[in-house]
Design a protein. Structure first.
Length: 98
């Protein structure tokens, strides 16, 4: 059974706990990240992929401009944002912070 979507108030509160790179985009949260170079972007993507596998929650990841990443999270099965999205976003923040 999927988790229930969060309310707008809960989403705003959860967003406030994340790095400033995260923003809401409808039923998703999105982070725009910039790495040092393409190789570091790939290392970060692989680290995010490993964390996503552990959480069994998988983001959309776009590599563009050779060193930029766009990460999009949403719980499609719930039809919106859930605590799972914010938990994974927090784990991604920890990876970025090193």
């Amino acid at each position: 059974m999927p988790m229930q979507p969060l309310s707008d108030t809960e989403i705003d509160a959860a967003l406030a706990t994340l790095a400033p790179s995260w923003r809401r985009d409808g039923d998703s949260i999105v982070a725009e990240l910039e790495c040092k170079d393409f190789a570091s972007a790939i290392v970060l993507v692989n680290a995010i992929a490993a964390e996503a596998e552990r959480a069994d929650h998988h983001p959309d990841i776009l590599i563009h401009g050779y060193r930029r990443l766009t990460i999009t999270l949403s719980t499609h099965a719930a039809g919106g944002l859930t605590q799972r999205d914010f938990a994974l976003a927090g784990a991604i923040d920890a990876l970025v912070a090193g």
